[in-house]
Ligand binder design. Structure first.
Ligand code: PMM
Length: 287
C-alpha cells in the first residue's frame, strides 16, 4: 500500500499559522497569469517560495479560474508529477492541488504529503479511496461545482451556516469511507461558488470554522472579491498582483483567528504578516 512520507514534526507541532505557497503549473491561472507554466519555471518558483518562508508548496496543474475549461488527466499528470519529483528530494512539504484520484495517487507516489482537493472528494468518487489508502493529509474544501459552472451555484440562506453544514457533511462522508479524522483539513472555499459579498461572512467566522475540530486552511490570496474591495473610483477591480497587501491583511487576521494555514501566492508578505499576528497573539496569551 502506498504511504506518503509523514509530515515533519516541525510542522505538526508548530504553534503558528503555516504558509502554503502556490505553484500553479498552468497557462491560465487567474491570479498569476500562467507565469510558472514551464517545468523549469515552476521548480525555480517553488525554490523561491521556500526561501521566502513557505512551509508547504501547493502544486496544481488545473486552473480553477471561474469559467475555466477542464484539462485532461494526461495533461494534468504531465504538468504536476515531474514538478513534485523534482522537489521531493529537497525535503519540502508538498501538496498536490487536484480533484482527480489518479493524479492524487501518482502525486503521493512521487513524494506529495498532502492532497488538496478543492472538491472535498465530490468531483471524483475514487478520491476518498486514495485518501483512505494513502493516509495523506486531505484538504476538503467547500465546493459546489467545477469552474465552468461554479458561478451559477452561489445561492445560500446563510452563507456561514450553509458552508459549515456542507463541510460537516463532507467530513461524515470521508470518515465513513475510511479516512481518519487526523487526516482531514477543512477550507471554506473562498471565491468558489461565492459571490463577492459572500466571502466576508465566511472570513468573519474564521475562528468558528477553526473551532470545528479540524485544522482550517484559508485561501483568499488575490481573489476577485479583494479586487472589487480595492477598486477605485472607476469601480474596476484592481489586478491580481495588486491584491497582495490585502491578502497579507487576511493572513494576519486568519492567524489571530486560529487558522492552521493560509494558501498564498506572495509568500514573503504573508510570512511577515503571520509573524506580526503571532507576536501580537503571544503577547496577549503569554504563549
Ligand atoms: N483556491 C484556488 C485553488 N486551490 N485550494 C484550496 N484548498 N483553497 C483555495 O481557496 C484554493 C485552492 C484558486 O486558484 P489559484 O491557485 O489560481 O489562486
Amino acid at each position: 500500500m502506498l504511504h506518503p512520507a509523514p509530515l515533519p514534526d516541525s510542522l505538526t507541532s508548530l504553534n503558528r499559522t503555516l504558509i502554503m505557497g502556490v505553484v500553479n503549473v498552468t497557462p491560465d491561472s487567474f491570479s498569476d497569469g500562467g507565469n510558472w507554466f514551464s517545468h523549469e519555471a515552476a521548480v525555480a518558483h517553488a525554490h523561491e517560495l521556500l526561501e521566502q518562508g513557505a512551509d508547504i508548496l501547493d502544486i496544481g496543474g488545473e486552473s480553477t479560474r471561474p469559467g475555466a475549461p477542464r484539462v485532461d488527466e494526461e495533461e494534468e499528470l504531465r504538468r504536476v508529477i515531474p514538478v513534485i519529483e523534482a522537489l521531493a528530494p529537497t525535503g519540502a512539504v508538498l501538496s498536490v492541488d487536484t480533484t482527480r484520484a489518479v493524479v492524487a495517487r501518482a502525486a503521493v507516489a512521487a513524494g506529495a504529503h498532502i492532497i488538496n482537493d478543492v472538491s472535498g472528494g465530490l468531483a471524483d468518487e475514487e478520491m476518498v479511496t486514495v485518501a483512505a489508502e494513502t493516509g495523506a493529509v486531505f484538504i476538503a474544501m467547500h465546493w459546489r461545482g467545477h469552474a465552468d459552472v461554479m458561478d451559477s451555484l452561489e445561492e445560500y440562506d446563510d452563507v456561514y451556516m450553509d458552508v459549515k453544514r456542507e463541510l460537516l457533511e463532507r467530513v461524515e462522508y470521508l470518515l465513513q469511507a475510511g479516512v481518519s479524522r487526523s487526516q482531514i483539513v477543512l477550507d471554506p472555499g473562498l471565491g468558489f461558488s461565492k459571490s463577492g459579498e459572500s466571502n466576508w461572512p465566511l472570513l468573519a467566522h474564521t475562528a468558528d470554522l477553526a473551532a470545528l475540530g479540524f485544522p482550517l486552511l484559508v485561501g483568499a490570496s488575490r481573489k476577485r472579491f479583494l479586487g472589487h474591495l480595492l477598486a477605485g473610483a472607476d469601480h474596476e477591480p484592481v489586478p491580481p498582483t495588486a491584491r497582495d497587501h490585502a491578502t497579507a491583511a487576511i493572513t494576519a487576521l486568519s492567524t489571530l483567528s486560529g487558522a492552521w494555514a493560509v494558501r498564498v501566492h506572495n509568500v514573503k508578505e504573508s510570512a511577515d504578516a503571520a509573524k506580526v499576528a503571532q507576536a501580537w497573539k503571544a503577547a496577549g496569551t503569554g504563549a
